[in-house]
Design a protein around this ligand. Sequence first.
Ligand SMILES: [Zn+2]
Length: 392
Amino acid sequence: MNSIRYKAATVRWWSYSEARCDHARMCRVRILLLGLCVLVAITLTLAVSLSKHQTVDYDFPPKPPDLFKDKLNHQPGKPTVAQVKRLVSQVNRERLWYSHLRPILTERQPGSRGSQAVRKHIFSKLDSLSAGWSVEVDSFISETPHGPVSFSNVLAVLDPMAPRRLLLACHYDSKFIPSDPSDPQKVFVGASDSAVPCAMMLELVTALDPHLKKHKQLVSRVTLQLVFFDGGEAFEQWSQTDSLYGSRHLADSMSRIPHPPGSEQSTLLNAVDLLVLLDLIGAPDPMFVNHFENTARWFDRLIAAEKRLHNLGLLSSHPKEQTYFMKDINMGPVEDDHIPFLQRGVPVLHIIATPFPSFLHTLDDTADKVHSHTVENLTKVLVVFLAEYLRL
Ligand SMILES: [Zn+2]
């Protein structure tokens, strides 16, 4: 019995002992389980938190840092005196006048034969250059007070794959202005508005052709794009719907085209460093003022280039070192082809003569009113500006 009791006792002891042991094990298991739960909870919290951050990043993608930082931090090159002399010596006034300007001095309203002829002229000039421009026509039809009209912007890019672009632009269409009833041969050719700016752009890329070719080969982060806008002028009365047909269309389409191709974060419009718009150039003694504070440092480069060229004796009919570009004079807002870009946040340098030429929108805006030395001088200033900006 004892033994049995003992046994029983032993059994009980063992049972007790086992129970205690089980209890201890249970405790350890519970602690382990609890620890595991805490670990899982922490892991889940972290995962949720991280996924939340990823969602936030996805919903509000950060701007591509390179593109925007590069634009903001872009510094112009500093060409030496010898380089400046060499660069501006390439500007050829005769070529500008006869080869580039003369074929544009014709009626060239949107959709007309004159417009088509001017586009052909621009194509052939760009095609003759060695830099290798990618030229395309951005055509579309828009309703106008004269019914539906076909418009064609001409776009030329040096390196379409470059991350950023400097846009140099003018409008090539001429305004609808009735010819002189007493002299039907006298038609509106808009020499200063804007045949001369178009010819200057062609002369600029011709004078800089070897430098632009080298620039393209070096695969730079910023390239040059030329834009010849169609439909800058109103058909009748200037209004939001009757004006700026080509620039409104282009700014809108550039804001929809991903750049670099396939990008979900940036568009061709984001790729624009600066839009340099030329207009109403050709009359003697023009004045150009800065219109926008955010591009004042680039306007300063124009002032500096004019002074430098004057002091080097490289300008003609240029009485004092600061003749054309004047800072901090308010001439009021000017509506022009930059507006659709400005409204979308593109920095703008608007090079337009203010006050406007006296013959604006009259049949007298002809080649004989254009001061060839002024046009040549301004082209030289722009050669220096482009060479500095693109670090040619
Ligand atoms: Zn005009």
